[in-house]
Design a binder for this molecule. Sequence first.
Ligand SMILES: *Cc1c(COP(=O)(O)O)cnc(C)c1O
Length: 383
Amino acid sequence: MTGPLMTGPPIWASGTAAHLTIDLGALVDNYRRIARTVAPAAVAGVVKADAYGLGLIPVARALHGAGCRLFFVAHVEEALELRHFLPSVEIAVLNGLPPGTEAAYVGARLIPVLNHLGEIESWQGVCRREGRRLPGIVHVDTGMNRLGLGPDELARLIAEPDRLDGIARRALITHLASGDDPGGHQTQAQYRRFVAARAKLPKMPASLANSPGSFRGRHLNFDLVRPGSAVYGINPTPEAANPVRRVVSVEARLLQVRNVETPMTVGYGATYTVPEAGRIGTVALGYADGYLRSLSGKGAVFIDGRRCPVVGRVSMDLITVDMTHVPEAQAEPGRLVEIIGDNQSPDDVADQAGTIGYEILTSLGSRYHRRYIDPADAREADR
Ligand SMILES: *Cc1c(COP(=O)(O)O)cnc(C)c1O
């Protein structure tokens, strides 16, 4: 393409979109770290919600390169997109088998996670009509009370195991409610219920652990673990040092720096009053970019290692930060400031916002200039 819009250096070098860098090398290291921790159990990749906001296809390709052959998504739509790019892997769909989607599952060779007896019956019917055994995953609820066979349905399945006849039993799974609790009472209770259910059902591979569960003892690994967050750099053991590497960096552009005289206020609602003559920087990032509004007066950016607290409310496209203590030479408009990086992790930002790292990552949104650092040769690719 030519024309006036395409001349000059690339727009991301000077435009105001914030930069989101995704280090696929760190991601692959994290996946391998988990694989070593849980071996000989296998490791599935959980790539629901656009791989926790980091990009379904580049993340799935990197995990595939690291040896991952089974992927979990939440929705059948996500599975169909993934199938397009990875024709030979196993793809399991956590949210079950909604009526009317059976043909899509068969056509794209998807594995439904069967969350209740009705879905088991539907999938058995599909296998019968197709005249072959198709893989399904049986999900038992051992304490989440969210998805999966509850105690009554589990008892019926144990009493009538022929309900699984004709289905290729790919796995029996359950999901932890409190894997991140180091005390682990609920985890141990769920473990015991899972072991009991497994002993009474037809034989199949078993899977219980999410990311925290993968770091809480070998007995939780069974045949397969299903980590999401730890692959993306979220600390699976919040009470201890993070065993995995940060994958995400976010930088945003400093737009203006102004000297503010007291007693002036900053931003919507005038929630912050400058206490003494100071300098306020305006940064091009807001809640539309997943910089949550609850970070108003709580978050911070870093400028050459100096912490600059967010003052006033987070706006849709902008935040205001106290730059009084940043030397003039480092306060040049147009420069980038650190939002997530060496000085603060997604977990740190989550703590400031009163939420979890998962929400910080999945909220990032689509407005960033995204860069992926390739695992193979650490070459940066702009996408
Ligand atoms: C999301 C999800 C996972 C991954 O959980 P993390 O805590 O991100 O590791 C595993 N299993 C199920 C059923 C899930 O819904």
